[in-house]
Design a protein around this ligand. Structure first.
Ligand SMILES: Nc1ccn([C@@H]2O[C@H](COP(=O)(O)OP(=O)(O)OP(=O)(O)O)[C@@H](O)[C@H]2O)c(=O)n1
Ligand SMILES: C[C@](O)(CO)[C@H](O)COP(=O)(O)O
Length: 399
């Protein structure tokens, strides 16, 4: 037979003045972003889908404001919400909240409005622990700092932090246990678990959440504001990383089987055999184009300068480079530099290498370095049948 679902209540204490925060209004009513701490805390409660009664404890002169906040957070669950006036200590405020519980409530969670960013899962973890153990339950975080015993200006010892936990809220209890413990509490306790433990009950430790930090000092408020700030407005931490440079490689081969003059590396070479091709057969220029397009992810020379483009018949490097530059610019890149090597027995590049670099760099709008080598007589290059060129291009993201 299915077990009946226990009736749950959450008491949200928002009755403090916030002396340590130093704002000129009670702490829970201070804005983190366009919403107050109280509103954020209540949003966490309602997002937890506990179907709980929710009692907000507010400063006596702020109950109207608190009700407005609670109704806005509750949405369709308005009938489950109420507001009561708190006391001059947290403990008295919790007691005021307990007095407003419906008669059939079985499990009570007490939560600080000051822990405004506590995620909804923490509420469900606490309820689950109370149901499973029958004990009280407290979210705790491990203590990360080394903890010293201090006497005045002297360190007199160290505390074993492995047995310490930093307590958060919501803290959960069986309603009968919590109410009875509050009825007999003879002292002020800083949290509800301490009060219940003093009455002889066991308390379970449940995983807390770093977002459940208490907004106590101005630095805590700054932290909460930074966490809620849209990424685009954040000064440093959440900026998108700058896009990385990209490289591409390109190659080309043409045979010495053309009519007319040789064009290679953007230069005209009189008295040398021509290379064949749809354009001028300039394998050096074409390898550069392939490398730049590859780096931008824009395909290759055939994609943009195919034999179906009559305007590039017999065209020279300048025409290819102008179009390539425009294509990568439209794609959001600028050309960083290109290195190209030609492998051929002829023409001899040494005397005109600088000239080739100047012409190609001018046409591409970026430094192009040119090197040339032979293949020790091997292959088609060695037999003087054609040229091979290989290029590497680096592109940078446009600003
Ligand atoms: N008389 C009080 C004191 C505290 N609280 C609530 O208990 C939680 C934890 O208290 P703390 O953060 O210490 O708040 P303040 O007492 O307001 O802060 P301070 O000690 O700096 O004045 C807060 O949500 C606070 O609103 C309360 O309801 N009634
Ligand atoms: C209840 C509490 O938030 C648990 O951590 C805390 O003890 C109350 O605040 P204070 O800073 O100790 O007054």
């Amino acid at each position: 037979m299915p077990q009946p679902v226990p009736r749950i209540a959450v008491v949200v204490v928002a009755g403090g003045s916030g002396t340590r925060l130093g704002e000129d209004l009670p702490k829970a009513f201070v804005g983190i972003d366009e919403h107050t701490m109280l509103r954020h805390a209540l949003d966490g409660v309602f997002r937890s889908a506990l179907d709980a009664q929710v009692v907000v404890v507010a400063p006596v002169d702020r109950t109207g404001e608190a009700l407005t906040e609670a109704l806005a957070a509750a949405g369709d669950a308005r009938e489950r919400v109420s507001v009561v006036a708190g006391g001059d200590t947290r403990q008295k405020s919790v007691a005021a909240g307990l007095a407003a519980l419906w008669g059939d409530i079985e499990i009570v969670l007490v939560h600080d409005a000051a822990r405004a960013l506590t995620p909804p899962e923490v509420f469900t973890r606490i309820v689950e622990a109370v149901e499973r153990t029958g004990w009280g339950a407290v979210p705790v975080l491990p203590v990360v700092d080394t903890i010293k015993r201090v006497d005045g200006d002297e360190i007199i010892g160290v505390v074993d932090r492995s047995e310490l936990g930093a307590a958060q809220t919501p803290q959960g209890f069986r309603r009968d246990v919590l109410s009875a413990a509050y009825a007999v509490a003879g002292a002020e306790f800083t949290d509800d678990a301490a009060l219940v433990a003093a009455a002889g009950h066991r308390i379970a430790a449940v995983a807390g959440d770093a977002l459940g930090f208490k907004i106590t000092h101005p630095a805590d408020l700054e932290r909460a504001r930074a966490l809620l700030m849209p990424a685009a407005e954040h000064p440093v931490r959440l900026q998108q990383p700058a896009p990385a440079p990209r490289v591409g490689v390109g190659t080309d081969v043409h045979a010495f089987a053309g009519d007319g003059e040789l064009w290679l590396a953007g230069l005209r070479w009189p008295d040398e055999p021509a290379l064949s091709g749809h354009s001028d057969g300039d394998a050096v220029a074409h390898a550069v184009v392939d490398a730049v397009l590859a780096a931008a992810g824009l395909g290759d020379i055939g994609t943009h300068f195919g034999v179906d483009r009559p305007e590039y018949a017999n065209a020279h490097a300048g025409a290819f480079f102008a179009r390539t530059r425009a294509l990568v610019g439209e794609a959001g890149w600028v050309i960083g530099n290109v290195s190209v090597q030609v492998q051929t027995t002829r023409p001899r590049f040494a005397a005109r290498r600088r000239e080739a670099e100047a012409v190609l760099s001018e046409a591409l709008g970026a430094p192009v370095s040119v090197s040339a080598t032979t293949t020790d007589g091997l292959g088609f290059e060695g037999r003087g049948e054609g040229v091979f060129a290989v290029a590497v291009a680096m592109l940078l993201p446009a600003q």
